[in-house]
Design a protein around this ligand. Sequence first.
Ligand code: SAH
Length: 248
Amino acid sequence: MSWDATILTLYPEMFPGPLGLSLAGRALAEGIWSLETVQIRDFAADRHRSVDDTPAGGGAGMVMRADVLAASIDHVLAKRPGAPLLAMTPRGRLLDQDLVRALAGGPGVSILCGRFEGMDERLFEARPVVPVSVGDYVLSGGEPGALALLDACVRLLPGVMGAASSGEEESFESGLLEYPHYTRPVEWEGRRIPEVLRSGDHARIAAWRAERARADTRSRRPDLVERHRDARRPPPSGAQRGQESDET
Ligand code: SAH
């Protein structure tokens, strides 16, 4: 059984795009995962096949119509009732490795890609759509976000990554950034690979890596250190999680 992705988009030509190459491309050819696109415009009911209209309340740009989006979603939900349905939007929950792991462990995913100023908000009330953001910046469309999400999921599917263990020590899997990597030549532009990595002493290497992961995360991503600490600290008995983090 393959992991099945369905993309609702105005630009189906963007898929599989970069996911047709390398690791994901090979897995796609082998049938480990499948990809189907749905053209949102096919669900427009009027003569001009319009999918958008001017924003209520005024302002720049156009808004994707709820009725057209809902028709395309209903088509996908009928075909793939078991797969979670996500919508790409900067207003969504941030995509992280926890969500990626959960999605990769399921039957697949359906992803609605926005364009223009975004989607009519009533869609999110009327359909079981989970709004997801790929980061605190604005893309011109949801498609590059969907490609990033799929790439992150596909590499976790059984049989996709070369070394089975290489997913486990990576950035975010432990809640921290991963330690830095080095390879030959031993000396390059006067810089040497840290001596400990060439010592053959596995315990020392592991300790060095753990320390570098902590130090680099502290200096580059203090937000991750906070979360890592909160996740490991048992909540004081009787105290509520939300209140505790409000105090810190
Ligand atoms: N006016 C909107 C941005 C619209 S960008 C706002 O300020 O919130 C057009 C489309 O690109 C969006 O509908 C969404 O599908 C996609 N998009 C843009 N930035 C994104 C992000 N950070 N994460 C996920 N999708 C994004």
